[in-house]
Write a protein that binds this ligand. Structure first.
Ligand code: ADP
Ligand code: MG
Length: 682
């Protein structure tokens, strides 16, 4: 039996230095190594015409010798060997160093295969140190070679070798991870062959089979976990029936604005859910600024007027406070008692709140993760709202929900995903969509600029501040040792503070500040005591500062479209015309395409569709955001058809064996526990 959880440092070729580098790739165990799937493959099986070779690429050619090997002595013990070969299209020079053993290897007029890195100058095509084979042999060349995501510290060759060693260690002994009945029924490749073939495919047919099995498995586990979760707290018979007498319009009439049609429609759906016997289990999707908070408030009102308590959980203290003030200003008119609970709440105050919550004096509690703590108990919790739900793990939502008896659940997300995909990804939730922004909203003008426009951008920011507005400048988080030419927040902040914008009030928020300090700065910004706020993406989550009109994003090429769109949503929240400036570097087609999308549209749903198309499983769909572990191999764009089939299969399995207790489903259960339940990151 192999121990797959054995530390990867014991694998042949790893050792104490390499293991640190592997850790950076997220590899810790033997299992991590063998499931570190290639990101691409290089086909050394298909020769290219010499005339089509591109400088810098690695390629295979099939070519005939036109000269004998010539030796050029550079100095003692150092010779270069040159061979000229040709195919029907062009000549190519091959060079080796000190390859005396090759002197008589090749014969004029014979054809061979060569593989190596191409160097192409105007009249000259070279390949140095090519790997070679005879015309019809494929010992070294006729192979599909895996390419892995790696850092500059570990070369492809080394990583490939480590993985090969790991595979040799486990060869034939990996315990099967899927039930045999599924393998038979769906004609799936077994785990041992799969693992071998996904790394070093014999041919593309085998590769496809291996990939198919892994995608099948990954998506099935995801679907089962999601559906399972739903059945845990969506007991069809035991939900709360909220009162028909608690009428939503009573509070709607008190709101400082008229609801949009979309908000009204969504509230009708929520109202129906709340009044029905079934527990509500609903995802509310709406672009940034579409007014989800008001919808939540109306639902909360209905719950409280039906004599239940409501909890609103948000990811940050700043946001909790903002919601609290917002809720209080309206709900107090109805004698509804609201309280705020965050980890910074003073101990004495906290105890008092917990007591009043327990005996039912508090109707609505708004807070952060602090609400998840064990000592938070409710008298009669009827509704749980989670805002920006992608910030919370699936498990965390489970914890808060379990503080009541089958409470109704509303999760809100500002990360739009295409509807078809949402239906599948959120197998566990019904979906409502706010697809309309409040009327007075202005389009945020977006510009994508290269570094040459730096000064113009700065002047533009100054002009806006001079008119009394505020600006955000966001920088990507730069990880230690990262070899990318991105400026760090500190560096930019210092420069902006002391040079570029020295006559303005500039502050920066970064990971090293403590929570209190961060909150203070946000508060100052909200109160217009700061002109420019520089930060990493901490401000991403729904903070409302209507006076800020400019969002400058440094190194925009490094952010996903989802994040860019979310960040942009921080401005344009008041009555002033707002702008988003994307400063980007590099000239890759992807980058330009992505910038173009951001400039052209403000519609989060359109952006998400584009992102899906461009990246397959990008940030929107990388599912990490949605509290689901990242997909290692499935691509939600490419594999959407499989996903649909998997969804019905998952339903079928759970219908027959709701808790996956039968022996035949044991392996599925284990995988779900391993992948989902271990990830409690409270
Ligand atoms: P999000 O959906 O991003 O959470 P919010 O709920 O924070 O959006 O709403 C953004 C802003 O729009 C808030 O200032 C809110 O008061 C305002 N708002 C919400 N609904 C409407 C509406 N129907 N008409 C006008 N303004 C609205
Ligand atoms: Mg919000």
């Amino acid at each position: 039996m192999v121990d797959l959880l054995k530390d990867a440092k014991y694998i042949k070729g790893v050792g104490p230095n390499r293991i640190k580098q592997l850790n950076k790739l997220g590899i810790y165990t033997l299992n991590d190594v063998i499931t570190y799937y290639p990101r691409a493959y290089e086909d050394r099986g298909k020769p290219k015409c010499i005339k089509d070779l591109v400088d810098g690429e690695e390629a295979l050619i099939k070519a005939t010798c036109v000269t004998k090997m010539t030796e050029i002595k550079i100095r003692k013990n150092m010779s270069i060997y040159k061979l000229i070969v040709r195919d029907d299209t062009a000549n190519c020079t091959l060079t080796w160093f000190n390859a005396y053993y090759l002197k008589n290897r090749f014969r004029i007029g014979e054809t061979y295969q060569f593989f190596g890195k191409v160097k192409r100058r105007i009249n000259q095509i070279d390949i140095s140190n090519p790997i070679f084979d005879d015309e019809n042999s494929n010992k070294n060349t006729g192979k599909i070679i895996p390419i892995y995501s790696s850092t500059y510290e570990i070369s492809q060759n080394i990583l490939r070798k480590i993985i090969e060693n790991a595979l040799n260690e486990v060869k034939g002994n990996i315990p099967e991870t899927l039930p045999q009945y599924l393998i038979d029924e769906y004609k799936l490749m077994d785990i041992n062959t799969t693992t071998q073939e996904i790394h070093f495919p014999e041919n593309f047919k085998k590769y496809n089979e291996a990939r198919r099995r892994l995608v099948f498995e990954e998506l099935l586990i995801m679907q089962l976990a999601l559906l399972n979760l739903k059945s845990n707290y969506n007991n069809e018979t035991k939900g709360i029936e909220f009162s028909k007498e608690a009428r939503m319009y009573e509070i709607i009439n008190e709101l400082p604005f008229k609801l949009t049609n979309a908000q009204t429609r969504v509230l009708e759906e929520i109202d129906r859910d709340m009044e029905s016997k079934k527990s509500m289990n609903r995802l509310l999707q709406g672009d940034v600024g579409s007014g989800k908070t008001a919808v939540a408030m109306v639902a909360v009102y209905k719950a409280v007027k039906s004599n239940y308590q409501a909890a609103v959980m948000v990811p940050t203290a700043i946001l909790a406070k903002q919601h609290y003030e917002n809720f209080k200003s309206i709900l107090t008119k109805f004698n509804i008692e609201c309280e705020l609970l965050v980890s910074g709440t003073p101990k004495k105050k906290k105890e008092e709140i917990l007591e009043r919550l327990r005996n039912g004096q508090i109707d609505v509690i708004i807070g952060t993760h602090a609400l998840l703590q064990e000592n938070v108990e409710f008298n009669k919790l009827g509704l749980v709202v989670t805002d920006e739900q992608h910030r919370f793990g699936v498990r965390q939502r489970g914890i808060i929900n379990s503080k009541g008896e089958n409470p109704d659940v509303l999760v809100m997300s500002a990360t739009p995903i295409p509807r078809t995909l949402a239906l599948i990804l959120y197998g566990d939730l019904d979906i409502s969509i706010i697809d309309e922004l409040p009327p007075n909203r202005q389009k945020i003008d977006t510009f994508a600029v290269t570094p040459s426009k730096e000064e113009r951008v700065n002047n533009f920011v100054k002009a806006q501040i001079n008119e009394g507005r505020q600006a955000y400048i966001v920088c990507p988080l730069v990880e230690e040792n990262e070899e990318i030419n991105a400026k760090s927040v500190m560096e930019i902040a210092e420069k902006y503070k002391n040079e570029t914008f020295k006559e303005y009030r500039v502050e920066y928020i970064h990971g090293k500040l403590n929570k209190k300090e961060k909150d203070r700065i946000m508060e100052d910004f909200k109160n217009d005591n700061i002109d420019i706020l520089i930060s990493t993406t901490v401000i991403e989550v729904g903070v409302d500062v209507p006076n800020s009109t400019i969002m400058v994003i440094e190194n925009a090429e490094r952010f996903g479209l989802a994040t860019l769109h979310q960040l942009r949503g921080r401005v344009g929240r008041g009555k002033y015309k707002s702008y988003c400036i994307l400063k980007y570097k590099g000239n890759s087609e992807q980058t330009r395409e992505r910038m173009k999308i951001m400039v052209e549209t403000n519609d989060g749903f359109k952006i998400s569709e584009k992102d899906l198309e461009l990246r397959g499983s990008g940030e929107f769909f990388g599912t990490k955001q949605h509290g689901i572990p990242e997909l290692k191999i499935a691509n939600l764009f490419q594999d959407i058809e499989i996903l649909k089939d998997i969804q019905s299969l998952a339903l079928k399995i759970l219908n027959e064996d709701k808790k996956l207790e039968e022996k035949k489903n044991l392996l599925l259960k284990n995988q779900i526990e391993e992948k989902f339940n271990k990830r409690i990151d409270i």
